[in-house]
Design a protein around this ligand. Structure first.
Ligand code: AMP
Ligand code: MG
Length: 340
């Protein structure tokens, strides 16, 4: 799992440690939400830094316990069990995350759709299993984000099709990263990074240098396809090499086209840069489904959002702002916003 991690946060320059004796970097790494969670903060006091890192990991575990479809006692599992029968009271937080998911669904013409799991639940990438034709056809009828009805006032949710099953795997890691960054900022810390698998967010720079975020080569675990120097940015990568199996030469992986119930195959990887990880997470999944052409069209219409796509022939494609910046700096891809 560790070697499959999409985003590698690495330090460009560590030599300044010696210059500022009082402050230093503190970091923590754990395996949560089925992925590697990593946080780094710059602080003068070890006690404060360690407390905030503990709080970050506790928040990650809380979000996993609340939103995992694999944990029977999670609030999400309760919804999946009860919401096809009628209204279920939810927390304000759940309601907000469902509402944000619905907004991304509308923005992407349904490419992002948490009800994809009405079919997606029948894939087992570890076991190499996929739904048979009857299951696929039955489940497809239940894929439609409009089947998730949200009653904001009464704070309740119901599914208006009996076979709807939802999964927040395309947005929850980014959401968790944003929550943890908020925790860190609330302590007055202004240089930090948090990553949950392929979703990361950086606040500030790395003591005067940008952070470097690597985009993995989708067909070679040990190679980086691009290195991005970044400050104050959220970045998410979705790739077809994270969870997959190959059957008769066809790659089945975890990003599902809601129109077909099959894996989306127009890209190998999609990286989105933006302000908030909740949004970049959902958008990386969406653009993967949309394919490079429609995906870039969408990204170019969104202010403050950039994309780097590796298409199904292995070619690197950039959103308009990035293409311009990369043209000026051929050795490094740099977004216009948030650069040093
Ligand atoms: P990411 O790695 O952020 O692209 O997230 C992939 C995860 O998103 C999958 O493991 C699923 O849990 C979920 N997912 C897959 N396809 C979709 C889709 N079309 N819309 C929303 N979520 C999806
Ligand atoms: Mg995503």
């Amino acid at each position: 799992m560790r070697f499959r991690t999409l985003i590698a946060l690495c330090c460009l320059s560590a030599s300044f440690h010696a210059c500022i004796a009082e402050a230093e970097w503190f970091e923590a790494t754990e395996s949560i939400m089925g992925t590697r969670v990593h946080a780094e903060v710059w602080h003068e006091q070890a006690e404060v830094a360690e407390r905030v890192l503990d709080d970050v990991m506790a928040e990650m575990r809380r979000i996993d316990a609340t939103y995992s479809p694999f944990i029977e006692t999670s609030e999400l599992s309760k919804l999946n069990r009860e919401a096809p029968e009628g209204w279920v009271q939810t927390t304000r937080e759940m309601l907000d995350l469902l509402a944000r998911s619905a907004r991304v669904s509308r923005l992407t013409g349904g490419a992002f759709d948490i009800t994809y799991a009405s079919v997606g639940r029948y894939y087992d990438f570890r076991e190499g299993q996929r739904p048979d034709d009857a299951t696929l056809i039955e489940g497809l009828a239940a894929i439609n984000y409009e089947y998730v009805e949200i009653d904001t006032l009464a704070q309740r949710v119901r599914f208006t099709h009996p076979l709807v099953y939802i999964d927040l795997g395309g947005i929850a890691k980014g959401y968790a990263v944003d929550r943890c960054i908020a925790l860190i900022e609330a302590r007055g810390i202004d240089q930090a990074a948090v990553a949950a698998g392929g979703d990361s967010r950086i606040i500030g720079d790395r003591r005067g240098e940008p952070w470097t975020v690597g985009i993995q080569d989708p067909r070679n675990d040990d190679v980086m396809a691009a290195l991005l120097p970044l400050v104050d940015t959220a970045v998410s990568t979705s790739g077809d090499y994270e969870r997959f199996f190959v059957e008769d030469g066809v790659r089945y992986h975890h990003i599902i086209d809601p129109r077909t119930g099959d894996s989306a195959r127009d890209s190998w990887s999609v990286t989105i840069l933006g302000k908030e990880a909740t949004f970049t997470d959902a958008l990386s999944t969406s653009v993967f489904v949309l394919g490079p052409e429609k995906g870039l069209e969408l990204i170019n219409s969104l202010p403050g959002v950039d994309a780097i796509i590796i298409d199904a022939s292995g070619k690197l494609l950039y959103s308009a702002d990035l293409a311009e910046a990369a043209g000026q700096q051929p050795t490094a891809v740099a977004p216009q916003r948030g650069l040093h």
